[in-house]
Design a protein around this ligand. Sequence first.
Ligand SMILES: NC(=O)c1ccc[n+]([C@@H]2O[C@H](COP(=O)([O-])OP(=O)(O)OC[C@H]3O[C@@H](n4cnc5c(N)ncnc54)[C@H](O)[C@@H]3O)[C@@H](O)[C@H]2O)c1
Ligand SMILES: *[C@@H]1O[C@H](CO)[C@@H](O)[C@H](O)[C@H]1NC(C)=O
Length: 411
Amino acid sequence: MLHIDSAPSTPGKVKMEKSSYFFTRGGGARWHYSLAKLTVWSFAFLALILIFFLRSPAPSTITSAADPSRRSLRNYNWAAGFVGTHVSSALKRRGDGVLGIDNFNDYYDPSLKRARQALLERTGVFIVEGDINDEALLRKLFEVVPFTHVMHLAAQAGVRYAMENPGSYVHSNIAGFVNLLEVCKSVNPQPAIVWASSSSVYGLNTKVPFSEKDRTDQPASLYAATKKAGEEIAHTYNHIYGLSLTGLRFFTVYGPWGRPDMAYFFFTKDILKGKQIAIFEAANHGTVARDFTYIDDIVKGCLGALDTAEKSTGSGGKKRGPAQLRVFNLGNTSPVPVSELVSILERLLKVKAKRNIMKLPRNGDVQYTHANISYAQRELGYKPTTDLQSGLKKFVRWYLNYYSDGKKAVE
Ligand SMILES: NC(=O)c1ccc[n+]([C@@H]2O[C@H](COP(=O)([O-])OP(=O)(O)OC[C@H]3O[C@@H](n4cnc5c(N)ncnc54)[C@H](O)[C@@H]3O)[C@@H](O)[C@H]2O)c1
Ligand SMILES: *[C@@H]1O[C@H](CO)[C@@H](O)[C@H](O)[C@H]1NC(C)=O
């Protein structure tokens, strides 16, 4: 069975102080978070990737079939994607309406996506199966519910897979994003959009910690290039159509219900199987390190971004005034060498890893990531609180539970 006790341990605590957010971007408006937000009920449309959330001015009109049982539900819910599942769960828990959309592609084990979906649906978060490139579908959804917010987390992730299937990156991260923005710009009211960029946009940048003002014109992978393109596309739609857009550069997110294609996940699997694991090192035995960020911290950053997002300013497909445009790093500010990650996993799993030290291939991975989060701290109240050891402990507990009953055995 699924163990929801491995759910983010603090969904109820995700609420941040809402009384004092204001921003200086997007026209310099100072925006006070008002009570209106709390009284109005919101309906979020969350996909595994897309969270469209809506706060309707007339709660009684929000009776979409998508959420008939919201009264009786609470608890944890996950959409199909790793981050989308946790974010939708947190939104639902605090009373927002959430609707998701995901195409359940098989880049990694779709049964994990289905398991997340099942948990989410049990708590009233419904996920529409569809592609963000499907314009008619997106329009239909907006016809049913005038979503106030879109949380766009759908993407082709992964750095090395881009050499195998470059088209999937263009399809989801560029064409899909443009299609979503086309729909958002033309509906009334236009929603505010928060979407996932990536720390990978820093590419070969060597100035650490990475700050939002650093150069991002040297991507080291096609994945990074499509995320960077997304940031430029966001600028365009903000500039021409008045869409409120916030990009979040996530730094190596990990935790329960995580992605099997990521190192902490397949290291766990391989260590348990007694299989050798490849640990990369840079030239001259240089350390490869990541600013691993625990999912609950990322969720808080996402909610902070949604809660401080100003309204889009356009209508009828036309801009009516300057709109907010932001980009934030969401990291942990504490890079950990991959070898240390493995040592922590060995202790938690009580199994010695078979380490195979290899040279970092030049196919997309960078040597080091380290986020400067002072901007997110200031504007979103973002403050990560989970160190790698504590976060991995929760991940391992979830992993052992999830894969313990032969049914879901990872082959
Ligand atoms: N997890 C990380 O460490 C990390 C780091 C940086 C950025 N990001 C970004 O954060 C976002 C969420 O990442 P995640 O880790 O949850 O990944 P994920 O792969 O678990 O979630 C993405 C979901 O999007 C869905 N999807 C992909 N293409 C789609 C399409 N065309 N239409 C509809 N659905 C589609 C997939 O089925 C998947 O469930 C992504 O944009 C990712 O690039 C993640
Ligand atoms: C972090 O970024 C801020 C700008 O947001 C900058 O003022 C500060 O100097 C940076 N800190 C470091 C250690 O680079």
